[in-house]
Design a protein around this ligand. Structure first.
Ligand code: ZN
Length: 151
């Protein structure tokens, strides 16, 4: 999506001011232009960088399945259905998204690194980046984020 449209959407949303205690942006800013706009427009307390080795991302995503009928997601490592490829809730068939095959995942990761590293560098220069070990369980990751940002 073009930077000017993303900028307008972010601006319009944040102008609603329903975020007295702050807000978290996920996956934004995604380009150098968006990062510069964001830094000029808002006070940024911190940038959370969840660090997960590419090999683990490939493993996690290639074990991701979604129910074709109800949309519930499964991870064949952490949340395996009782019956192979069958949704425990609705009995629907579990499928692998076309974006989650190893070759496509590798392309997505390469694309992510190419686009996000220049953005992360902008925030690093401002000493805003807090790197968190994203390989830990969710509750531990959450606690690490709170501790690093003194929340
Ligand atoms: Zn289902």
């Amino acid at each position: 999506m073009p930077d000017d449209i993303v900028e307008q959407v972010a601006k319009a949303r944040l102008e609603q001011h329903d975020w007295n205690y702050g807000f978290v942006m996920d996956g934004y800013p995604a380009s150098q232009a968006q990062a510069e706009f964001f830094l000029e427009s808002y006070d940024v307390d911190g940038v959370i960088l969840l660090e997960v080795p590419d090999t683990l991302i490939i493993e996690r995503l290639s074990n991701f399945r979604v129910c074709k009928a109800c949309g519930l997601d499964y991870n064949l490592i952490a949340h395996r259905p009782k019956e192979d490829e069958i949704c425990e809730v609705c009995g629907g068939t579990l499928i692998q998204r076309s974006t989650d095959t190893p070759d496509v995942i590798r392309d997505r990761i390469r694309d992510y690194h190419n686009k996000s590293e220049p953005v992360i560098d902008i925030f690093r220069r401002k000493e805003l980046v807090v790197a968190i070990d994203g390989t830990k369980p969710p509750a531990e990751v959450s606690a690490l984020i709170c501790a690093e940002l003194a929340l």
